[in-house]
Write a protein that binds this ligand. Structure first.
Ligand code: TXA
Ligand code: MG
Length: 330
């Protein structure tokens, strides 16, 4: 059972303290309750995927307490700033270029070089300000279940898996935030949500571009924004070939591993949790190595292993496959 607290000053400090320890706290926002973790702590962020039982590593929204905090982590273009001025705090998430080495763990953005940021209304902002670090937070519900919009439903769904729930009554909006990405001249709505498109269009003085939601939902890994290394990848490798970079897993050694151009081990001890925190960072690092191929040792499919394998399959897929073909190999 998670501790359920109200939203007074003491509760806010207790939540910030629990988050600082790398634990998960369900926090109220105006859209839905969020399953929050310190976005700079990879192990805590991996815990989000574990608790939700998510089979994929979707990039997560990162919550900030003010614009100054957003500027620590992302480059803000003029149109995004206009939207921030108009709608923050509120149910608008902006996808922005991530500042390199800014401290947000790569698992939050699923290895992308962009970050989805939003400044929530209400008590969430006070917790983030007290922690002085951004919070990664998807909706507080098990994968596939309805988003939690009150403390009791969050307790029923996730209570045994998280440390604490802050109860601020039912969510004001009840629907996730609207996600917008400014890309040069194109201003795309990536997800319709709690802020109506018309309100955004009134501020920017033009229509939002839309993406085909059905295609995006059918194959989220096909979104152009999903990370894939430029090197080719071989999965479930037991025998390493000369010149390959090896993404290893566990204490055993693959045959011929000494011939590898480089080796990074996702987890020497075979911890899937640790592997999840290293996955995107290590893929990027091996991609920077001069190698013919990135060979990946087998990763078990249990627990976070399913999400890790999902991402590896997507990263390894030839880039020219159609959405339908991608679905076949998923
Ligand atoms: O209302 C909300 O937005 C709630 C509350 C808790 O704040 N949060 C929420 O977070 O819905 P989350 O993490 O479940 O939203 C993830 C979605 C992804 O599925 C993806 O569509 C989009 O945000 N996203 C995140 N990072 C992205 C990125 N770098 N590029 C494109 N889309 C991104
Ligand atoms: Mg959700």
């Amino acid at each position: 059972m998670a501790t359920i607290l109200g939203m007074d000053e003491q509760a806010i400090l207790a939540a910030a303290d629990t988050l600082a320890q790398g634990k998960l706290v369900a926090i109220p926002t105006e859209t839905v309750y969020g399953l929050a973790a310190d976005a700079t702590n990879g192990s805590a962020v991996a815990g989000i995927f574990e608790a939700k039982g998510r089979p994929h590593f979707n990039p997560l929204i990162c919550h900030v307490s003010d614009v100054a905090m957003a500027e620590r982590y992302a480059e803000i273009d003029p149109v995004s700033r206009q939207l921030i001025n108009a709608f923050w705090p509120g149910p608008l998430t902006l996808v922005l270029p991530l500042k390199p080495d800014c401290g947000i763990h790569p698992l939050v953005a699923a290895g992308l070089d962009t970050i989805a940021l939003r400044m929530p209304r209400g008590v969430a902002g006070k917790i983030i300000a007290a922690l002085d670090r951004p919070l990664a937070a998807p909706s507080a519900n098990t994968s596939g279940k309805i988003s939690g919009t009150n403390a009791l439903s969050v307790e029923g769904d996730l209570g045994s898996k998280i440390a604490m729930i802050l109860d601020a009554g039912p969510s004001e909006v009840g629907l996730e935030s609207t996600i917008v990405k400014v890309d040069g001249d194109t201003i795309l709505m990536l997800r319709p949500g709690g802020l109506p498109a018309e309100e955004i269009e009134a501020v920017i003085g033009r229509k939002l571009g839309r993406i085909d939601q059905r295609a995006a939902i059918q194959a989220p890994g096909m979104m152009a924004s999903h990370y894939a290394p430029s090197a080719a990848m071989r999965l479930n490798v037991h025998d390493v070939m000369a010149g390959e970079a090896l993404l290893a897993f566990g204490p055993h050694r693959a045959n011929g591993y000494s011939k590898a151009a480089a080796i990074l081990n996702l987890s020497e001890t075979g911890s899937l949790h640790e592997a999840a925190t290293n996955l995107f960072d290590f893929m990027k690092r091996l991609d920077a190595v001069d190698c013919t191929m990135i060979a990946v040792e087998p990763i078990p499919f249990n627990g976070l292993g399913e999400a890790i394998n999902d991402r590896l399959v997507r990263a390894a897929a030839p880039r020219s496959l159609s959405v339908a073909e991608m679905e076949q190999i998923k």
